[in-house]
Design a protein. Structure first.
Length: 366
């Protein structure tokens, strides 16, 4: 399988796992890194043995086929459009954009140029979530009728040295930050969402940074930090969702699905691994039956997109899926403001399941 060249724009915290994982895939090659902060790009390039260049220089490189956009959410569209204008495919961190309108510009530009858009999260492609999908396909819980999706924690200022963008307006807050993992996992299992109802609140007006050179500095909160709602899927299933930066501790599991014949507990959608549990007559741990359930495989969606380009097939962590997930979140936030049930404006195709075995890694290719 031909290796596609990857150019990384954005050398923040998340870039390390991507840069470390790219060489693990047999169809990817890291070519260059760039960042507005030249020193950050230089350090990342030295750590991974690739050139650190300017954004313009990276976009002009002939050996870069896909731009991996790891900038802050507010810059996703600007950087993505520049990459498309340079003739590059784009794979972005989540969310795809700060708004559906902005994301549609990106998707439409890529379609017009005959290029691909991919987006995190790709954790739903991991072994745990694919094993859960297989149990659903086998009918082990019957027809899915309901579920829960729960992400509640105390806030990212506890560990992130620069948490400002988690609390600063559009593209911020627990739903926009962590919601993509939970909603994408549910869409992967149940298909697209039809309508959303939600309520939200802001627990505090500011957050105090706990670590790094800015420790003790207060960050203003400009977005709801606790959002709870109901997702009505086109299939008819109803899923309760809660996302929060205001909860110190709880006992809820991340994802559960309830069907006419049983129930399924699905692990943390921010991870590729974990134990799936199935209730038929009693709860039982289920084996991981699919690849990529043994490590942090961030970049798997990027590798699947590269393979899909070479094989001329749809990729799974695609722009339409990311756009629909963004629409779910934006509709939920709009529901918080209006107090009304909101109808989704987008649709997507439920991603195809992954094969149980893989040929995407260096070990398998060898």
């Amino acid at each position: 399988m031909r290796r596609l060249g990857i150019g990384v724009i954005g050398c923040g915290v998340i870039s390390e796992i991507y840069c470390s994982n790219i060489p693990r895939f047999s169809n990817l090659a890291l070519r260059a890194v760039a960042d507005m902060r030249a020193e950050a790009a230089r350090a990342k390039g030295e750590a991974h043995g690739v050139p650190a260049v300017s954004v313009d220089e990276l976009l002009a490189r002939e050996d870069v086929d896909i731009v991996l956009n790891l900038t802050v959410p507010q810059a996703h569209v600007e950087v993505g459009l520049a990459a498309i204008a340079a003739g590059k495919h784009v794979y972005s961190e989540k969310p795809l954009a700060g708004s559906v309108a902005e994301a549609q510009r990106l998707v439409e530009a890529a379609e017009k140029a005959g290029l691909r858009i991919g987006s995190a999260p790709d954790t739903f492609l991991g072994g745990a979530h694919q094993s859960a999908r297989a149990l659903l396909e086998e009918g082990r819980i019957g027809t899915p009728t309901a579920g829960t999706a729960t992400l509640m924690l105390a806030g990212h200022e506890r560990w992130h040295p620069n948490p400002d963008f988690y609390y600063a307006g559009p593209g911020a807050g627990p739903l926009m930050d962590m919601g993509p993992y939970y909603i994408t996992a549910m869409v992967h299992c149940l298909g697209p969402v039809a309508r959303v109802f939600a309520r939200g609140a802001k627990g505090r007006s500011e957050r105090v940074i706990a670590t790094g050179p800015r420790a003790g500095e207060a960050v203003p909160v400009e977005t709801p930090t606790h959002i709870t709602g109901i997702l009505e899927f086109r299939s008819g299933a109803l899923v309760q969702i809660a996302t929060s930066f205001d909860v110190r501790a709880h006992l809820h599991t991340p994802l559960e699905l309830y069907g006419t014949e049983g129930s399924l507990a699905i692990p943390d959608p921010n991870r590729f691994d974990g134990t799936v549990r199935l209730f038929e007559s009693e709860w039982r741990d289920q084996p991981t039956t699919h690849a990529f359930g043994d490590d942090n495989w961030r970049g798997l969606g990027l590798a699947d997109m590269a393979a899909a380009i070479s094989e001329n097939r749809p990729h799974r962590a695609n722009g339409d899926l990311a756009l629909h997930v963004l629409d779910v979140m934006e509709s939920a936030l709009r529901s918080v403001e209006t107090g009304q049930m909101e109808t989704l404006r987008t649709d997507c195709v439920r991603p195809e399941p992954m094969a149980r075995e893989t040929t995407l890694t260096e070990q398998d290719a060898a």
